[in-house]
Write a protein that binds this ligand. Structure first.
Ligand code: TXA
Ligand code: MG
Length: 319
């Protein structure tokens, strides 16, 4: 079992553990991350080992300020504009690696680009105090739901790590939006906590999307974010025995028959739904639950990222 210490009092213990090359679970505004020194190969290796994550799936490097960001990656004018508008915050930029970048190659999985993000709050304070970038994937076992609370981290990987910093439930509940910038072009790799329309407005252009639906971020396997139960999407009616994940004020037919019911947002608020998505899926995913039926969620704004995660939760399992 991991030690759980509330932030910000956990800062010295977290610094100590990172300095010894350990992984520490930390809160960010999106989801909890499993952080380690991005410049140290043994530390980065421990992240992959702890998550049982495939080594071909690169990590996001988290930075405290623009000076650190520029040592890690090369920023063109568009990248500068997006960073100025959205950092610190839930935007990850995939950029060319800076010459002499301190990030260990293991965190990059052999790519010549690097994913960079400046988080808000405790995570940023920790990186500033540590003085080096932190590699941090979401703090779940590979393929499972991202954790939005210290308890969720503890339940998933608590037996494999020493310290969990408890910052309470995360503010956004969804991972960052990932945008790759290459030769002045911007491409959406993963919808997330910042709606695409907000980014397009600041960028002054549409983000390119991969029309084929092929994996663009190496970690975006179809089956990801998988609860143990099967997931059925956009249901109009509920079969007896199914658990129901609702959205908005109106109920699917047969909702009264559902074995369990949670509502992402009774008023139909997408930000509230994003915050509740992973915690509600976890709560409904109990041993007795065979199927989680999910009511339709509109596909605009944060709804795009919510539907992306739901589609992955419902995808056929590879294992
Ligand atoms: O909100 C977040 O982004 C959270 C918090 C902890 O910061 N982190 C997170 O990390 O979601 P992770 O590892 O679960 O997802 C990162 C995604 C993966 O799909 C990975 O393949 C992709 O980013 N990625 C990382 N480096 C990349 C690169 N150079 N090119 C393309 N995709 C990359
Ligand atoms: Mg993840």
């Amino acid at each position: 079992m991991a030690e759980i210490i509330a932030s910000p009092a956990a800062l010295p213990a977290a610094l100590d553990a990172l300095g010894r090359g350990e992984c520490v679970a930390i809160p960010t505004e999106t989801v909890y991350g499993l952080a380690a020194d991005a410049t140290d190969g043994a530390s980065v290796a421990r992240i992959y080992q702890t998550k049982r994550r495939p080594r071909f799936n690169p990590l996001i490097c988290h930075v405290a300020d623009m000076a650190m960001a520029r040592r890690v990656a090369m920023f063109d004018a568009l990248a500068e504009t997006l960073a100025a508008a959205f950092w610190p915050g839930a935007l990850t930029l995939v950029l060319p690696l800076a010459p002499g970048s301190p990030v260990h190659p293991l965190a990059l999985a052999g790519l010549s680009t690097v994913a960079v993000r400046m988080p808000r709050g405790f995570a940023r304070d920790l990186i500033a105090a540590f003085g080096r970038p932190l590699a941090a994937p979401s703090a779940n076992a590979s393929g499972r739901l991202s954790p939005t609370s210290a308890e969720a981290v503890e339940a998933d990987i608590g037996d494999r790590i020493g310290l969990i910093v408890d910052g309470g439930p995360t503010e956004l509940g969804l991972e960052s939006t990932i945008v790759a910038i290459e030769n002045g072009q911007a491409r959406l790799l993963r919808p997330g906590g910042i709606p695409v329309a907000n980014i397009e407005q600041v960028a002054g252009r549409r983000l390119e999307r991969d029309a084929s639906g092929a994996i663009v971020a190496p970690g975006m396997m179809a089956s990801h974010y998988a609860p143990r139960a099967m997931v059925r999407l956009s249901v109009g009616s509920v079969a007896p025995g199914e658990a129901l994940l609702g959205f908005g004020p109106e109920r699917a037919l047969g909702a009264d028959r559902a074995a369990a019911f949670l509502n992402l947002s009774p008023t139909g608020d997408l930000a509230e739904a994003a915050r509740n998505l992973f915690s509600h899926l976890r709560a409904l995913d109990r041993p007795g639950t065979g199927v989680i039926a999910v009511e339709p969620v509109p596909d605009f704004g944060l709804g795009e990222a919510i539907n992306d995660r739901l589609a992955r939760a419902a995808a056929p399992r590879g294992e």
